[in-house]
Design a protein around this ligand. Structure first.
Ligand SMILES: Nc1ncnc2c1ncn2[C@@H]1O[C@H](COP(=O)(O)OP(=O)(O)OP(=O)(O)O)[C@@H](O)[C@H]1O
Ligand SMILES: [Mg+2]
Length: 362
């Protein structure tokens, strides 16, 4: 079967890139997932990798299934044993295979969001914690944010007493999960990351195995997921990532640098250190590792606050605002959302929903 027959020119170029890491950016519905799937088939068909040497991460289980179905249609191979799945699915598989090294019972259970909230409520009750002052949902979010930033309780920065209590409860929650042999969604990833981080033999085993690591919806990967991908890729393997780059900031947008100074976004260069959200309501320093410029005539939205500050943004993207540099952690963020055909709304992340927010016409 000619895998490449129905591809358009940029798709063909992406699918047949040489064996090296690549980031493919393209708009919604432009065929990114198709490119990723066809790339896997092409790599296998041309003998560049065996089906066992591929690790592909998709966003949903449904997308993973679809990818396997498409692959089976393209190639006479059995896709069942292939490592194609979500971050959670793949980490779960790795932890099941190495449960002892990961410090888990062989039968560990996974907590979904509702189970996790139940476990947190139980913990608060058992410790006589005032759940009005420490709402279970906030604690859940705090724990998940910290885990997604790769931080265990002992690594979370403590700024005040309120925050300290959250950290303490996070540690107790983890202890409870360990006692009960259960693992929440964020834990699947963190536990797997830690396993590979401290176990060099295992890490090298998987690095030797997964010569090609492919990632769909790359723009949505968080810090921990990215770190996990880097672990698997090592220094020799190729990461092929596809994503939607229609998530840009408008020229002239001010960016706060790590040292507190401000630059316009177009002045940002690779290697600069900028302030960025690092999860858990905290700001950290991040190094810029790529810059992309694009000239585009598009509709923008400008918000002017009563104090006279303005924020200009593209309608496709939500922008965070409302944090004060130096006054961290921020417990919530203000952002803008848009519903096509309905309009714009300013909203607040987390539990502090804006009471009187409503959609404004475009
Ligand atoms: N060259 C092509 N010829 C025919 N159909 C195509 C081609 N490229 C993509 N398509 C079809 O367009 C649709 C969107 O493709 P795909 O899901 O790969 O896009 P995507 O960029 O991943 O989308 P999203 O932004 O939703 O993730 C699919 O039905 C796919 O089969
Ligand atoms: Mg897609």
């Amino acid at each position: 079967m000619n895998l490449l027959a129905n591809l358009n020119e940029p798709q063909l170029a992406a699918v047949t890139l040489p064996n090296q890491s690549a980031l493919i950016l393209a708009g919604a519905g432009s065929g990114k997932t198709r490119v990723l799937t066809t790339r896997i088939a092409w790599l296998i068909q041309t003998g560049q990798v065996s089906p066992q040497g591929v690790l592909a991460v998709t966003f949903t289980n449904k997308a993973a299934k679809e990818m396997m179905t498409r692959l089976s249609a393209m190639l006479p191979i059995n896709t069942r044993g292939m490592w194609i799945g979500t971050f959670h699915g793949l980490c779960n598989r790795m932890l099941r295979a190495h449960y002892r090294d990961a410090g888990l019972p062989s039968t560990f259970q996974i907590l979904d969001q509702a189970d996790q909230l139940g476990a947190i409520k139980r913990l608060l009750k058992a410790n006589n914690i005032d759940d009005e002052r420490y709402p279970p949902r906030n604690l859940q979010m705090f724990i998940n944010n910290a885990k997604e930033a790769g931080l265990r309780a002992n690594a979370v920065e403590v700024n005040d007493d309120y925050n300290r209590k959250f950290v303490e409860l996070y540690a107790q929650y983890d202890a409870q999960c360990n006692r009960e042999g259960v693992v929440d969604f964020a834990e699947l990833l963190l536990r797997c990351y830690e396993l590979l981080d401290r176990n060099e033999i295992l890490r090298e085993h998987y690095q030797k195995r997964f010569r090609h690591v492919l990632v769909d919806e790359f723009q949505d990967t968080n810090r921990l997921q990215y770190a996990w991908l880097k672990q698997l890729a090592g220094s020799d393997n190729a990461i092929f990532a596809v994503g939607d780059d229609d998530q840009c900031v408008v020229g002239g947008t001010e960016v706060t640098m790590s040292d507190g100074t401000v630059k316009l976004v177009e002045q940002i260069r690779v290697g600069n250190m900028v302030k960025s959200c690092v999860g858990g309501g905290k700001m950290g320093s991040s190094r810029v590792w790529r810059v992309h410029y694009r000239t585009e005539q598009t509709q923008v939205v400008t918000i002017r606050t009563q104090k006279g500050r303005t924020l200009t943004t593209t309608p496709e993207h939500v922008h965070f605002a409302g944090y004060a540099v130096g006054h961290m952690p921020a417990r919530f963020f203000l952002y803008m959302m848009m519903k096509p055909g309905v309009g714009y709304r300013l909203a607040v992340s987390g539990h502090r929903r804006a009471r009187h927010s409503k959609y404004l016409p475009p």
